[in-house]
Design a protein around this ligand. Structure first.
Ligand code: SAH
Ligand code: SF4
Length: 366
């Protein structure tokens, strides 16, 4: 369903060629013209990044007026922005119904990844994750997932879309929420991200991270074949049942079997958050190596990002290095992900929690 923009008009953001053809037909555009007009709209929306119908100068002005009377291409409201000293940008976006999500841009030397959210909150409750402490409010629509990419291009001033000289080159679906529990909207949004006449991102530069929704992993492989990241975090079921409770439904063996079947064009990334005294021993590292032997794998060791009230601490640098050495000796690349944007609370979910808290304080003070 097309969501409403703040002014009550229907948003066109997130619609693909076929859906835009239906919009054109609904506006009474002659049948022989609906394809062309829809193609022009795709170009304006996702390649040129037009934020008003006025700007869509190849459309006849009557058509622009008719579109503007019923539809919107406005972005969600940006309610907070933070820029970290290491170049990380974080935006808190508010949708028409007042719900908020975070989008984080993480630049590196020769590329930059936009970390997008797929849900407001999360139904899962991983014990080390801040988003997991929020109740799920709702799934995002494809429109709202795509809007995060449009906002990033707007703010980085990187229209029109293209592959050369851009800072925003990658999308990682690793923000708030479990993307494979909002499967259809996530796939629809990523199809638009991949569309050559639109955002035109490379399939090799899109990664979906999941806590392990096994049946959907296979489907993602056949529907999109994008990069896959698995939030593993533990090598024994007893511990993973606690850290990543979805493990009680699909255990480590089932998860790794799904990974083995995944049509990976490049190694699967296994994310492993380093929790002091919990999952960070040499024995854990050796078991990790053993489990990953049959899979083309890369390991991302993530220093735990603490949040107020979290029941864990981050492993020491020495422990992380020792763990990494064992993983690397087995032939897996195991970059330790540098904690980015710590000074702006980049751990997922924290900016939104701050905003909700602030509003609650304001409301109770009123
Ligand atoms: N729900 C999906 C995607 C979003 S979470 C998933 O779980 O994969 C994105 C990544 O951030 C996951 O690997 C998650 O384990 C990690 N993460 C969550 N909270 C963290 C924290 N406090 N410190 C470090 N990494 C964290
Ligand atoms: Fe949800 Fe992922 Fe956080 Fe687990 S780690 S609570 S699945 S967002």
């Amino acid at each position: 369903m097309t969501p409403l923009a703040a002014d009550g008009r229907l948003s066109l953001i997130g619609l693909d060629q076929a859906a835009l053809e239906r919009v054109m037909a609904g506006l009474g555009v002659a049948e022989r013209q609906t394809r062309l007009r829809a193609r022009q709209l795709v170009h304006w929306l996702y390649h040129r990044g037009a934020a008003t119908f006025e700007a869509m100068t190849t459309l006849p002005s009557e058509l622009r007026d008719a579109l503007a009377a019923r539809f919107s291409v406005a972005r969600p409201e940006i309610v907070a922005q933070q820029h970290s000293s290491d170049g990380t940008h974080k935006w808190l976006l508010r949708f028409a119904d007042g719900n908020e999500v975070e989008t984080v841009f993480i630049p590196e030397e020769d590329r930059g990844a936009l970390c997008v959210s797929t849900q407001v909150g999360c139904t899962l409750a991983c014990s080390f994750c801040h988003t997991g402490t929020m109740p799920l409010v709702r799934n995002l629509g494809a429109a709202e997932i795509v809007a995060q990419m449009l906002v990033a291009r707007d703010l980085l001033a990187e229209w029109p879309s293209g592959r050369d000289g851009r800072r925003f080159t990658n999308v990682v679906v690793m923000g708030m929420g479990e993307p494979l529990f909002n499967y259809d909207a996530t796939v629809a949004a990523l199809r638009l991200a991949l569309d050559e006449s639109g955002l035109n991102l490379s399939r090799r530069r899109i990664t979906v991270s999941t806590s392990g929704v096994v049946p959907r992993i296979e489907q993602l492989g056949s529907d999109l074949g994008v990069g896959l990241a698995i939030s593993l975090h533990a090598v024994r079921d007893e511990l993973r049942d606690v850290l990543v409770p979805i493990n009680r439904k699909w255990n480590i063996a089932a998860l790794l079997a799904a990974c083995q079947r995944y049509p990976a064009r490049r190694p699967i990334t296994f994310e492993y958050v380093m929790l002091q005294g919990v999952n960070d021993s040499d024995a854990d590292a050796r078991e990790l190596v053993r489990l990953l032997r049959p899979i083309p794998a890369k390991v991302n060791l993530i220093p735990f990002n603490p949040w107020p009230g979290a029941p864990y601490a981050c492993s020491s640098n020495n422990r992380i290095r020792a763990f990494a050495r064992i993983v690397e000796a087995a032939g897996h690349a195991s970059p330790v992900r540098t904690p980015r944007g710590r000074d702006i609370l980049a751990a997922c979910g924290q900016l939104r929690t701050e905003s909700v808290r602030r509003r609650t304080r304001l409301a109770s003070a009123a």
